[in-house]
Structures are given as structure tokens and as C-alpha cells.
Design a binder for this molecule. Structure first.
Ligand code: SAM
Length: 353
């Protein structure tokens, strides 16, 4: 009984509904900020349950908007909830929530893409990387417009143990467009296997929790939405710098339908392309005729280790970007074809027959 009494004390006092908050503050959804709101508190409670036990936890919520998920986070017992919202129209409604949960809500009017989370929570929240995850969670019904760049940034910070990961293996519970959620969790051989699958899964355990139909949002987006939970791995599956892995994986998947050697060749300057790609594949013991989607995490680990060795032997390789080489080539071609064009004021004289 004592325990349920404690939980009951977390619950918010009666408040206007989210629909009423939207009307009260005239919060018309802005397409530019990918605003699609969740008004059904049973659904927001269901999302929050995917994060695990939030009793007395620290939470950062991304894009709280009118505050549906925010209420569920508070009702689940979070002790310190930091909300980061870009659109200032939502701040008064969030202040109302903050008054209903005294001392538990901090409101930041800012952009999550530039917000420094490494200084946002007290030092005692931190756990050693190898220990259990800290009692700190990032939660958000993310705007579609920033969800992919944001998860890439967080994965890089996870690899470098910076940003929200200075506190240890901070867990994330986030929404994505359904197709992106499927890519994040796709296993080897599946149709959705992509760059995002490898980048997310080499660093964390990723779970596609459930799908929310588009009609659950106001206004209704054209797509369905997946709820995805990430727990950073104590030991990443690839032990190479993030940028190196990112470059390798991007190169492999740029020719999705071709054999994997095709994308790998582009890691190397034209003059030594075939020779070095062959050496890479041989040293990683990877069959060059496998398709990118057929490569397992063990294959990527072996390729990243072999590529890391080649980069250490030849320091220019890591900075090499075939796109840059192509761009320069096109520029040279354009310049030389321009120099052959007749000068507008000095037309070429017609040759006599
Ligand atoms: N959490 C609310 C809900 O579930 O009803 C709103 C979700 S809505 C999909 C996304 C929210 O993120 C909006 O409130 C929007 O203003 C906010 N947002 C968009 N870009 C942002 C950014 N770069 N930083 C912080 N918030 C952002």
C-alpha cells in the first residue's frame, strides 16, 4: 500500500486537457517544425512505459509541444524533467505544467540540435560507462525534420561518450517515421538494412517497440510512426573511431544493389582503387560478391579494423573523399572547356574555305 501511495503522490493535479491547452493558447500546428501532437494520454503513457522505470529519474524531453508526453513522464514519477522546445508559443502551457509539478520541471526555450546536454544534469547522476545505465533518459516524439540528423549526432556522442553520454549509458526512447524505425532495427539480410541499421546497432541495443498509426496524431501526418528504444552497449561492436566507421558504412551502402566491393573501392584514390580494395577485402576475409544488406556486424567489424590498419599505414587515406575528387575533376573540365570557348568580344574568324 505504501508503494502505491508513493506513486499516487507523483500524479498531477487536475489540469486542462491537452486539447484545451491547444485551444487556450491558440497552438495551431506549424508544418515547418513538423508539429504533430499526441492528445491521447493512454497512448503517451504507453510510449513512456517503453523507457522503463522513471520513478525519481532525470529526463530530457525533446520538443514537448503542448505537453502530452510531458504529463505522462511526470505521472510516471520523474523527479527532474528538462524540456527543450524550439517554439516559444508552447512555453506558457509548459509553465502551467511546471506549476502543477513544483520543482520537477525545467523549461528551456531552445534548439535541441545545438543544446549542450552534457552540463544539464547534476554530476551525481553519472554512472561509469561499464556500470548499469544511469537514471537518466532522453525521450521525445521527435519532429520528423530533425529526427535523422539528431540520432546521428547522438550516436556519434555515444561513441565519444560526450553530450548526454558523459553521464554514462543514457537510454533513449524516441519516435521516428515508421520506415526509419524499421531501418534502425533491421537485421542482416532484411530489405530495410541500411547505413542507419549498422551505425545504430554497432553502438547500442535497438528495439522497435510498437507502431503508432498516423491517425493518432493531430494533425494526421502522411506516415505511421515507430517508437524506438536505444540502450548504449557497454562494449561497442566495432572498436574504431565513429567517423571512420561512418565513412566505411556510407561507402558500402551507396551502391545498395551492387556487390559490396563496388562501394568499398570508392574509399581509395583512383590510382590505387582496385589494389587497395582487394587488400581490404582479403585482410577482412569478406566475400567481395556479398551485397551490402548481406554484410553482418562481424563483417563490418572486420572491414573497419582492416580499413583502420590501411589508414594507419597511409595517412592520406582517411581524408580521401571520392566525391571531392569528382568535384575537382568536374571543375577542371569546366575550366578547360570554358578556356576553349570563343571570347564574346573576339569572335573566332571564320576560316576561309
Ligand atoms: N511532444 C509533443 C507531442 O507529442 O504532442 C509534440 C511533438 S511534435 C512532433 C515535435 C515538437 O518538437 C514540436 O513541439 C516542435 O515545436 C518541437 N521542435 C521542432 N524542432 C525542434 C528543435 N530543433 N528543437 C526543439 N524542439 C523542436
Amino acid at each position: 500500500m505504501a508503494a502505491s501511495g508513493k506513486v499516487a503522490s507523483f500524479r498531477l493535479p487536475p489540469l486542462p486537457t491537452i486539447g484545451e491547452i491547444i485551444k487556450l493558447y491558440n497552438l495551431r500546428a506549424e508544418r515547418q517544425l513538423s508539429q504533430n501532437f499526441l492528445l491521447d494520454l493512454r497512448l503517451t503513457d504507453k510510449i513512456i512505459r517503453q523507457a522503463g522505470n522513471l520513478k525519481n529519474a532525470c529526463v530530457c524531453e525533446v520538443g514537448p509541444g503542448p505537453g502530452g508526453l510531458t504529463r505522462s513522464i511526470l505521472n510516471a514519477g520523474a523527479a527532474d524533467l528538462l524540456v527543450v522546445e524550439k517554439d516559444k508559443r508552447f512555453i506558457p502551457g509548459l509553465e502551467l505544467l511546471s506549476e502543477a509539478a513544483p520543482g520537477r520541471v525545467r523549461i528551456v526555450h531552445g534548439d535541441i540540435l545545438t543544446y549542450r546536454m552534457d552540463q544539464s544534469f547534476p554530476a551525481h547522476t553519472a554512472k561509469k560507462w561499464e556500470d548499469e545505465p544511469p537514471d537518466l533518459h532522453i525521450i521525445g516524439n521527435l519532429p520528423f525534420s530533425v529526427s535523422t540528423p539528431l540520432i546521428i549526432t547522438w550516436l556519434e556522442q555515444m561513441a565519444n561518450r560526450s553530450g548526454p553520454f558523459v553521464f554514462g549509458r543514457t537510454r533513449l526512447t524516441l519516435t521516428f517515421q515508421k520506415e526509419v524505425a524499421e531501418r534502425l532495427t533491421a537485421s542482416t539480410g532484411s530489405r530495410q538494412r541500411s547505413r542507419l541499421s549498422v551505425m545504430a546497432q554497432y553502438l547500442s541495443t535497438v528495439k522497435n517497440c510498437f507502431t503508432i498509426p498516423g491517425r493518432a496524431f493531430v494533425p494526421k501526418p502522411d506516415v505511421d510512426v515507430g517508437v524506438v528504444h536505444f540502450t548504449p552497449l557497454a562494449q561497442p561492436q566495432i572498436q574504431q573511431p565513429f567517423k571512420l566507421v561512418q565513412k566505411l558504412v556510407r561507402n558500402v551502402f551507396q551502391f545498395r544493389g551492387k556487390h559490396c566491393h563496388r562501394g568499398l573501392e570508392m574509399l581509395f584514390p583512383e590510382a590505387k582503387r582496385l589494389e587497395l580494395a582487394e587488400e581490404l577485402l582479403r585482410s577482412a576475409d569478406v566475400d567481395p560478391t556479398l551485397r551490402p544488406v548481406q554484410l553482418s556486424m562481424a563483417h563490418f567489424r572486420a572491414l573497419a579494423d582492416a580499413y583502420g590498419r590501411l589508414c594507419r599505414e597511409n595517412h592520406e587515406l582517411i581524408g580521401y573523399d571520392f566525391r571531392e575528387e569528382l568535384r575537382q575533376k568536374h571543375q577542371r573540365q569546366r575550366r578547360s572547356s570554358k578556356s576553349k570557348e570563343p571570347h564574346p568580344h573576339h569572335p573566332i574568324k571564320k576560316e576561309k574555305c
